[in-house]
Write a protein that binds this ligand. Structure first.
Ligand SMILES: *[C@@H]1O[C@H](CO)[C@@H](O)[C@H](O)[C@H]1NC(C)=O
Ligand SMILES: *[C@@H]1O[C@H](CO)[C@@H](O)[C@H](O)[C@H]1NC(C)=O
Ligand SMILES: *[C@@H]1O[C@H](CO)[C@@H](O)[C@H](O)[C@H]1NC(C)=O
Ligand SMILES: *[C@@H]1O[C@H](CO)[C@@H](O)[C@H](O)[C@H]1NC(C)=O
Ligand SMILES: [Zn+2]
Length: 475
């Protein structure tokens, strides 16, 4: 009886976050760039399998459109669709000067990233937590003048495939959690994207790289253990997009805008093409209809949209940075300008409804259920999940905890109540106070009855045995 009451109280206090037995939960968000949802199906992945057994696995997750690296990673950090966070492309561009900056240089264009939406590092720090980031897209920029308090940006010519460096980075991040008291870290690995591009998603090279990812996942979990973090650290592993095999000339007719009858580059003042399967055009004044009508139906696998007519489910329309005409190609096709200049065997950037664009998702740690497989969800929902585990108030975002709540163990699923709303704390405290009163009454009457019985048996009134006393005081 007393024992049961004790357990109940322990449970009650853990829900309320009593400092005695609850430490703040930490979150490590890891992205393996371009890890398609099904990459573990044709490779032996003992460590990913073990992680699924010890935690949660989603069938797949749906990245935002445009399915490219920087925009999709910024969605992970903000929970906003791309049209809402403003990082609409891997490349910064200026339609007036026609200047463009490639992926790496764009990392350092502050105004591109800091467009009104705060990444989780800044939000966490503003609420008293400590955040860090290693190589995650967006790390180099500042946001309303603030940066992640511990951060590392890779140099220009970085070898994204080096497994030894991967391990060093994993250990470094664990050190940040343990020695610098960080609560949240985002960690980025540039593979298997690079290998998927170069050799294609069905290549033996891609399968080898997935084995390297798997070994690294094992290493990361081992390192967390070595650093004494397993009881506090939640590890979420996901990706920014998948990868699709590119069809080549001879097999299909490629999409080359220059060859489409009625279309002329002299009618556009700025274009962003030759960048995978997507493109954007800014027609010259008065030329929008002409350009649109020429391209629409110009190739059976080319989709042409006016910005404001984009399918709403893609959430890629309502932003000043998005150009008036948007092009995208069916899976397997690329959009070329004057002639093909893209030679990758694998590409991404396709419609996010294509199965090839779906990414993987795994999570393990004290906040997550074990051995649970869940259905698919959109990656905008990862942000509110992380905020919830960290106990911080999220910024306005496009995700919802509903999508992932099922993954959380009960205490974690209800934690937000005490962190995010004070009235709930008082309700909770009142409930526990009431509960304590009931327990006290029950225990006292129990004790009285027991003593009565004992007195009946032995004729004496002994005090409670030592063991029971100590259990009572430990409550
Ligand atoms: C683009 O360049 C023009 C001319 O230098 C400048 O006036 C404008 O502010 C730039 N726009 C952006 C978004 O950088
Ligand atoms: C976002 O960037 C656009 C230019 O690309 C600019 O006009 C706008 O003011 C920016 N918004 C914020 C909130 O920074
Ligand atoms: C891989 O990384 C390790 C550790 O940073 C470094 O010593 C080594 O030279 C790197 N190897 C290659 C091939 O880049
Ligand atoms: C979340 O789930 C609750 C309960 O099922 C429901 O009332 C609410 O509308 C859902 N919210 C969203 C945004 O899905
Ligand atoms: Zn990517």
């Amino acid at each position: 009886m007393l024992w049961t009451a004790g357990l109940c109280l322990l449970w009650a206090s853990s829900i309320l976050g009593a400092p005695a037995n609850k430490q703040r939960q930490k979150v490590l968000l890891i992205s393996f760039d371009g890890f398609r949802w099904d990459y573990d199906r044709d490779v032996d992945t003992p460590n990913l399998d073990k992680m699924a057994k010890d935690g949660v696995k989603a069938l797949y997750v749906t990245p935002p459109y445009l399915t490219v690296t920087s925009p999709s990673h910024f969605t992970l950090l903000t929970g906003r669709y791309i049209e809402n966070h403003g990082v609409i492309h891997n490349m910064w561009f200026n339609t007036t000067t026609t200047e463009k900056k490639p992926y790496y240089q764009t990392q350092f264009v502050n105004e591109w990233w800091d467009n009104g939406t705060l990444p989780i590092w800044i939000t966490a720090q503003r609420q008293g937590l400590k955040a860090g980031s290693l190589h995650f897209p967006g790390t180099a920029s500042s946001y309303q003048g603030q940066v992640a308090m511990v951060r590392e940006v890779e140099p220009l010519l970085y070898n994204y495939k080096n497994e030894t460096a991967w391990r060093e980075n994993a250990d470094k991040v664990m050190g940040w959690f343990r020695d610098e008291g960080l609560d949240f870290v985002s960690l980025y690995f540039g593979e298997p994207d690079g290998t998927g591009h170069r050799h294609g998603p069905d290549s033996p090279q891609r399968r080898e790289m997935v084995k390297q990812v798997d070994r690294t996942v094992g290493y990361i979990r081992h390192s967390a253990e070595q650093h004494g973090l397993t009881d506090r650290l939640n590890i979420i592993i996901t990706s920014d997009h998948g990868m699709s095999t590119v069809y080549r000339k001879g097999l299909v007719e490629e999409i080359t805008l220059f060859k489409i009858p009625g279309f002329s580059f002299s009618d556009v003042s700025f274009h962003l093409v030759d960048y995978g399967p997507s493109g954007m055009l800014l027609p010259k004044p008065g030329k929008l209809e002409k350009v649109y009508n020429a391209l629409k139906g110009g190739h059976p696998h080319l989709h042409v949209y006016k910005k404001e007519e984009m399918p709403e489910c893609l959430h890629f329309s309502k932003n000043d940075r998005i150009l008036p005409i948007i092009l995208w190609a069916d899976a397997g096709y690329l959009i070329n300008g004057y002639f093909p200049v893209q030679f990758n065997k694998g590409e991404h950037g396709f419609n996010n409804q294509e199965m090839d664009m779906k990414a993987f998702f795994r999570a393990v740690g004290p906040s997550f259920h074990k051995n649970l497989e869940v259905g698919p969800f959109e990656t905008v929902n990862i942000y509110p999940l992380m905020c919830h585990i960290l106990g911080i108030q999220p910024e306005v975002n496009d995700g919802h905890l509903n999508a992932t709540r099922r993954m959380l163990v009960t205490s974690a699923a209800t934690q937000a109540a005490d962190v995010n709303s004070l009235p709930n704390v008082f309700t909770g405290l009142a409930a526990v106070a009431g509960f304590l009163v009931v327990v006290f009454i029950v225990m006292t009457s129990h004790k009285v009855l027991k003593n009565k019985r004992q007195r009946k048996r032995s004729g004496s009134s002994e005090p409670l045995p030592e063991k029971e006393m100590s259990k009572q005081t430990s409550l």
